[in-house]
Write a protein that binds this ligand. Structure first.
Ligand code: NAD
Ligand code: WQD
Length: 339
């Protein structure tokens, strides 16, 4: 079985390639390396013992994309990770986000239609729910108006896939990730944030290793037990395994609808201070942090209802917050050793 993984040298993509290879899939990676490095392919090979095929090009380039599909029209499935993902950057340059995230998706769907490739797994986000009124948030929760152009690309992409599916051979599973963190147990692959991280966990580990001076905890006056905001953090390897299950479900025609949607989280919410405490416990490091004002645009609390993913996909996130924080810390230390 041959699977195309777009964005396969990126953070979630690289972990998914490893999990696919473990299950015996042949993997082809397409990535333009706009937010990742070619040596990730070597690291994947080191972990799995199998070198995935890698083609470097931009999926918004229709000629290159068409040429790729002309050579690989026998794909059994596509997992589409390739996208830009920085919320703040998308506010400052919305067109770059619409061009990249929507353009690449349209080019892929066009080729799926032409070459009769049926199965698409798409990276969506819990950002589509905004601040839900009912918690935990299920797949039936209303989609609120997007709070950023990035979030809007996910909403629009879900609609484009659904519209296309209704008139073509394309079937899809839309996976709405909560907050992916952690790294592979080998510390050979992980998240490589460019510049100053926006996300909590890379900021924590970079502060502890000495790259950043101090972590700012954004807000302590939320309506939560310790006043800091709550999220559903999920280990990237758990997340990666869900993609394998999703692709197998599609290939085996087990889907109940042409487009299915699943939340991927643990179902547990943790506050910023709980994340910091877990980090300090597993690393033995004292973290330099201070409480500051809320960050604009942040929501108070969100965590997943995972019942549907657990029951229908037969998948459940297994790793604890401590395991997530330890693997993130080991990854940060491995990066420091290299530099
Ligand atoms: P990432 O930036 O590490 O990986 C994305 C990869 O896609 C990168 O390697 C990049 O070089 C590549 N890419 C981007 N545009 C491309 C293009 N036009 N052509 C070819 N390659 C291109 O990001 P990630 O964290 O692994 O996220 C993967 C997917 O999951 C994205 O769609 C993202 O929006 C989604 N997602 C991520 C999170 C998160 O917190 N990390 C949460 C929810 C959803
Ligand atoms: C988590 C918590 C912050 C940094 C973002 C995107 C979302 C999704 C995942 C892709 C919040 C707090 C953070 C810091 C802090 N991505 N924090 N100090 O905001 O839940 O979601 O990434 O789809 O679309 O918006 O994740 O890691 O940025 O923040 O106190 O330096 O940590 O306020 O409560 P978020 P995050």
């Amino acid at each position: 079985m041959k699977i195309l993984v777009t964005g396969g040298t990126g953070y979630i993509g690289s972990h998914t390639v490893v999990e696919l290879q473990k299950e015996g899939f042949d993997v082809i990676i397409v990535d333009n390396l706009s937010n990742s490095y070619a040596n990730v392919v070597d690291k994947i090979e080191q972990i799995s013992g199998i070198r995935p095929i890698f083609e470097k090009f931009d999926l918004t380039d229709i000629e290159k994309t068409n040429d790729f599909f002309n050579r690989h029209s026998d794909l059994d499935g596509i997992i589409h990770f390739a996208a830009f993902k920085a919320v703040g950057e998308s506010v400052n340059d919305p067109l770059m986000y619409y061009r990249n995230n929507i353009g690449s998706l349209v080019n892929i769907l066009e080729n799926m239609r032409i070459h009769k490739i049926a199965n698409l797994v798409f990276s969506s986000s819990c950002t589509v729910y905004g601040q839900p009124e009912v918690l935990p948030v299920s797949e039936e929760s209303p989609i609120l108006m997007a709070m950023s152009p990035y979030g809007n690309t996910k909403q629009i992409s879900e609609e484009i896939i659904t519209d296309t599916s209704s008139v073509t051979n394309v079937k899809a599973i839309l996976l709405r990730y909560f907050n992916p963190i952690g790294a592979h147990e080998t510390a050979l692959i992980g998240e490589l944030p460019l510049g100053v991280p926006n996300n909590l966990v890379p900021f924590i580990t970079q502060t502890a290793i000495g790259i950043r001076e101090q972590l700012s905890v954004f807000g302590s006056d939320y309506n939560t037990p310790d006043g800091t905001a709550i999220r559903d953090y999920i280990h990237v390897v758990d997340l990666a395994q869900a993609h394998v299950v999703a692709v197998e479900r599609m290939i085996n025609n087990k889907g109940k609808k042409d487009v299915e949607i699943f939340n991927l989280g643990t179902g547990n919410g943790f506050s910023v201070l709980e994340v910091i405490n877990s980090f300090e416990k597993v690393s033995g490091e004292k973290l330099n942090y201070k409480i500051v004002d809320r960050r604009a645009g942040d929501i108070e609390i969100v965590y997943a209802d995972t019942t549907f993913a657990n029951d229908e996909l037969g998948w459940k996130a297994k790793k604890s917050l401590d395991e997530m924080m330890l693997s993130s810390w080991n990854w940060e230390k491995a990066l420091a050793e290299k530099s």
